[in-house]
Design a protein around this ligand. Structure first.
Ligand code: SF4
Length: 294
């Protein structure tokens, strides 16, 4: 567990959260806050909306939802529709404290008992611990890797697993027959948005056997901007004025920039053979839409 991080065990009233406007129907977040401490993390803004601190309050004060798996098991038994669930939309379900609390593992056990199509998002390698459960689920594992630069990853995602360890996790998941790929997210303007950088991530993903490779540009909500700008000011001051101008009155980058990134990603993807699999029992929306939206 992270040094200087405070863990608060809390009891929650619900596990499944209904999601609107996304290609999955429910989200699952066994923790609140994330000790990986990524400087660009959009989930910091969820803390802001709850009136909580978006800095240390997000990455050094972790709420551990201790009744989450039992509650989920009950909620799943009551569900009538077989809709997709996304695990880890506002926290990393495999952050360091999962090693001790095992809330995510018990969440997977509940899903094995009442299966739904599942998407998992993580910047960690601990996911391989649960291969025995994942092989029993209809699951896509998205390992998030925005750069293969160890230095950029170390400074922008200080407590995420190093890119090489994440790639090794992809390799082990795919070797076990699990659908796993790389989500290059977020793409940082001026740092990881060149075709060369995207190609390096895609090449590493392909070498690891990833079944898919997708990208997502940086998004800066109000609760996130100060942290990302402080990171630029300290590490890459020359990039700060352009970033401040780009996101001055918006959360997402301008359309032309987002389109250019997507076009780069399309070119890069076409150089490798990714073979994403549909969910075993497909449903609407299709899996390819999921890949674009996460
Ligand atoms: S691992 Fe994910 S949830 Fe955690 S801080 Fe990084 S981006 Fe946010």
């Amino acid at each position: 567990m992270g040094s200087g991080v405070v863990y608060r065990e809390i009891v929650v009233k619900s596990a499944l959260t209904r999601v609107q406007g996304m290609p999955f129907a429910w989200s699952l977040n066994p923790y609140m806050g994330c000790e990986r401490g990524c400087v660009y993390c959009y989930a910091r803004d969820y803390h802001a909306r709850r009136g909580r601190d978006t800095g240390a309050g997000f990455d050094h004060e972790i709420d551990v939802k201790i009744n989450f798996p039992d509650l989920l098991a009950r909620e799943l038994r009551r569900l009538r529709k077989r809709e997709t669930v996304a695990l880890g939309t506002a926290t990393d379900p495999y952050q360091q404290c999962e090693g001790r609390y095992r809330i995510t593992r018990r969440t997977l056990e509940a899903l094995v008992a009442s299966p739904l199509p599942l998407v998992i998002i993580s910047k960690g390698s601990m996911v391989v611990r649960d291969i025995d459960l994942l092989t029993r689920l209809d699951v896509k594992v998205c390992i998030s890797i925005g750069t293969v630069s160890t230095e950029l990853a170390r400074t922008s995602e200080p407590h995420a697993s190093p890119p090489k360890a994440r790639l090794e996790a992809v390799r082990r998941l795919v070797s076990a027959g699990i659908d796993a790929g790389v989500l290059a997210a977020p793409i940082l303007p001026g740092l990881s948005d060149s075709e060369e950088s995207l190609d390096a991530v895609a090449a590493a993903a392909a070498s690891s056997g990833a079944t898919f490779f997708s990208t997502r540009p940086l998004k800066l909500d109000p609760g996130v901007k100060p942290h990302y700008f402080a990171f630029l000011a300290e590490r890459f001051p020359a990039l700060l004025p352009e970033a401040e101008a780009r996101f001055a009155d918006r959360v997402n980058p301008e359309r032309a920039y987002a389109d250019a990134i997507e076009e780069r990603a399309r070119r890069v993807r076409s150089r490798y053979s990714f073979t994403e699999r549909p969910f075993r029992r497909p449903e609407r929306p299709e899996a390819s839409q999921l890949r674009l939206a996460i």
